[in-house]
Design a protein around this ligand. Sequence first.
Ligand code: G1P
Length: 302
Amino acid sequence: MTDFLRAVKTVIVPAAGLGTRFLPATKTVPKELLPVVDTPGIELIAQEAAALGATRLAIITAPNKQEVLEHFKPCPELEETLASRGKEEQLRKVRRAGSLISPVAVEQEKPLGLGHAVGLAEAVLDEDEDVVAVMLPDDLVLPTGVLEKMLEVRNELGGSVLCAFDVPEDETYNYGVFDIEEAEYQGPHHVKKVRGMVEKPSVEDAPSTFVATGRYLLDRAIFDALRQITPGAGGELQLTDAISLLIEQGHPVHIVVHEGKRHDLGNPGGYIPAVVDFGLADPVYGPHLKKVLRAILEEHGA
Ligand code: G1P
């Protein structure tokens, strides 16, 4: 494989949020461990990171949220029991997360924002890492593989590359929104050059309908920018503001507009369709689910 496609060693996964939109489940279970069919969201992220060739998952956690890391550790008693009962398939599932990638915990003591969370991960990077990926575990970007496209674009245009979706105008206020222009790019992907970026603007102020969605390929220069920003939208240190600063400083930033689909695991309204989607695609549960869903839809007059 071409070297540049293996450039990312560390994937940063901010997972320190309180998961308030999932209460009461998140009183005791971090939202990153809620299952999509049978696999926690964090393991889907680990799979995607491993497929990218990354070897380290820098998981930013809150001090009382260590269970996310536990998911990657061996479980000797359970493994022995499963092995003695010949439950090979279940054993494979128990061991899978730990075999994908090495997790490293980075503690964020206070919820000071996404920019702050990402900045903390610099401490675990090796000196030779000049690029990192950030994957927000709330966002499932499907089909997977958008970061590979983003690496191709970085290889050609340099700098940082972000994943974008084109959303309806009245939804832009939920996101980091890009101010864009045409890129000098002839390749196969849908690429735009970013002139600036605004975090959660009002609908009138949104510079476009292209929004950031959970996958970032960031040049190491981001960490200097993160040190220079001050609290922005919501009083938090915003990754969006650090990216804007990079652009002001002359650093190239582009987006790859993803043409696939996306699930937002960060709230029940996005999580439920994700489970239905993955459930329908599941060879074991899919056929039955299709039948019962039809009946349920009819019952609800849909
Ligand atoms: C974060 C980012 C935002 C981005 C969004 C994607 O916001 O700050 O720029 O568009 O993720 O899901 P959050 O959803 O954490 O409020």
